[in-house]
Design a protein around this ligand. Structure first.
Ligand SMILES: Nc1nc2c(c(=O)[nH]1)N(C=O)[C@@H](CNc1ccc(C(=O)N[C@@H](CCC(=O)O)C(=O)O)cc1)CN2
Ligand SMILES: Nc1nc2c(ncn2[C@@H]2O[C@H](COP(=O)(O)OP(=O)(O)OP(=O)(O)O)[C@@H](O)[C@H]2O)c(=O)[nH]1
Ligand SMILES: [Mg+2]
Length: 453
């Protein structure tokens, strides 16, 4: 069992900062130090005697008794620690060489290097947090916007895990009710009870659907919206990218065909991360390099969540982006260069009128984007917890089982079969908080964590 090892890793960023934090966790976290960690206060001889959760000035010594580093050591006596095991945290001097020496010394003492996510994995196995909370830690670290941080914090507090557990509790009650009939094979579920059970199924299904409804928001918060700026050459696509970013990232010129390769940047629009991709203007061309640029633009269009199609509103109506080639669910037409006056052919056309040159209408465009994505405070701000792809998969499977169970109920199928569907649903829901996952699944989830977590 992995938990018999005592492990160590750098918890802070490597090679940076004045102080680096090295975490040691495991059953022998205190004893393995032996005489190698010498507290400055003479009254403290063994690490196990250090006062719980108090920083102690100490010297880490090598095999010859030479100083490896002067550290502040803090002991957390299990189970009251992050992992639930005995933990020693060493606040060392920062710097690549010092921290490397400290880790090497720990390995000499029999403390193994932790793998990515191993601390969180242990915390999970020791019941310190559920799987959604463990996932929230990584979301928190990789959050790109305030909203991302807020959503991760809510999940870390257990909101999502509680929601799924609530559904699971309802399911347990319902299953018990259905299974009460199994012991009496001659007794069918009477119609009145049948209706009552169907209602209960529907309440549970509604709960599942409510959680599922946050999946797009979840993906947007965690990964950002793949936003592709496309249109004909010279329409002002690169100007729009620069406008949204607030600095001159891409080359802008009055020559059609300026942008060749795609240019990618992340921009924060009202708390929502947009992964902006500026592309080459779409046109038939003899230029081989430009042709490749246009090919790349087309490829980007196929992967987009949101397409910002830019046209030059001062010129006669023409659209280079073939609407049929856009698979994105969200598509916004941007009528740029409104400062030059609008050609009458655009009069009836709906879209957002802006001028990148005068920085006019760009804030309004932000509002339109947020509305288009249903990410406004009103729609979204109230319940900042959003599910990830794994949760979505569990919920979808639960949904399928619930629908099968519902059908069986309505058809008056024997309660044994109904109960099997309900139990499948229960298992799928349980996977969200990590109740019944196999070691393989857990290893896979935690291996995506960063080292030291
Ligand atoms: N120095 C340090 N800072 C850190 C962490 C850490 O591990 N070490 N964390 C790592 O991510 C985060 C804090 N998370 C933590 C969560 C729980 C416990 C803990 O000791 N829990 C015990 C005691 C709770 C109590 O006081 O009652 C427990 O759950 O039993 C520690 C850190 C951020 N800052
Ligand atoms: N008057 C006016 N000119 C603009 C506006 N936006 C962009 N331009 C100008 O239009 C020209 C083309 O702008 P770009 O941003 O390079 O256009 P693009 O769509 O990226 O062009 P390609 O990369 O060649 O496909 C530049 O001279 C810009 O200064 C605008 O709102 N008003
Ligand atoms: Mg360009």
């Amino acid at each position: 069992m992995m938990n018999s090892d005592t492990i160590a890793a750098l918890a802070s960023a490597p090679g940076m900062g004045a102080v680096a934090l090295v975490r040691v966790s495991g059953p022998d976290a205190f004893t393995l130090f032996g005489d190698s960690l010498k507290a400055v206060p003479k009254s403290l001889s063994a690490v196990a005697d250090y006062p719980d959760r108090q920083a102690v000035l100490a010297r880490l010594l090598d095999a010859d008794g030479e100083i490896v580093d002067e550290v502040l050591a803090t002991c957390f006596h299990g189970p009251r620690s992050f992992t639930g095991e005995d933990v020693v945290e060493l606040a060392c001097h920062g710097g690549v060489l010092v921290t490397r020496r400290v880790l090497e010394r720990l390995h000499e003492l029999g403390i193994r290097a932790a793998s990515p996510g191993e601390f969180s994995h242990r915390a999970f196995l020791n019941g310190k947090m559920d799987l959604t909370q463990a996932e929230a830690i990584m979301d928190l670290i990789s959050a790109q916007t305030e909203l991302g941080v807020r959503a991760a914090h809510e999940q870390l507090q257990g909101k999502l895990g509680n929601q799924s557990e609530q559904i699971r509790t309802r399911l347990i009650e319902l299953t018990a009710h259905v299974e009460a009939y199994i012991d009496f094979p001659d007794e069918d579920i009477d119609p009145e009870t049948g209706d009552e059970l169907v209602n209960k199924v529907d309440v549970i299904l509604a709960g599942i659907d409510k959680m599922l409804a946050s999946s797009e928001q979840g993906r947007i918060i965690r990964e950002g919206v793949r936003t592709v700026i496309a249109g004909e050459p010279n329409a002002g696509k690169s100007s729009l990218l620069n406008c949204l970013l607030g600095y001159e990232r891409a080359i802008v010129s009055d020559l059609a065909g300026t942008t060749r390769d795609t240019v990618e940047e992340v921009v924060n629009v009202q708390g929502i991360p947009l992964r902006l991709v500026d592309t080459a203007g779409m046109r038939e061309t003899e230029d081989v390099i430009e042709q490749q640029g246009v090919e790349r633009a087309k490829m980007q269009l196929q992967q987009a969540d949101l397409v910002l199609e830019v046209v030059d509103v001062s010129k006669p109506h023409h659209r280079a982006v073939d609407a049929a080639s856009v698979q994105a669910r969200h598509h916004i037409l941007i009528l740029n260069k409104s400062d030059l006056g609008e050609d009458s052919s655009w009069a009836e056309v709906e879209g957002v009128r802006i001028s990148c040159k005068q920085d006019h209408g760009v804030d309004e465009l932000g509002n339109v984007i947020i509305n288009e994505l249903s990410m406004g405070e009103g729609e979204w701000g109230g319940h900042a917890v959003a599910i990830n792809a794994r949760h979505q998969d569990c919920l979808k499977r639960a949904r399928v089982s619930m629908l099968a169970g519902r059908e069986a109920l309505v058809d008056g199928v024997s309660s044994e079969f109904i109960s099997m569907d309900l139990r499948d649903a229960m298992d799928s829901i349980g996977e969200i908080a990590g109740r019944i996952d196999t070691d393989d699944v857990l290893d896979q989830i935690f291996s995506t964590f960063c080292l030291g977590k």
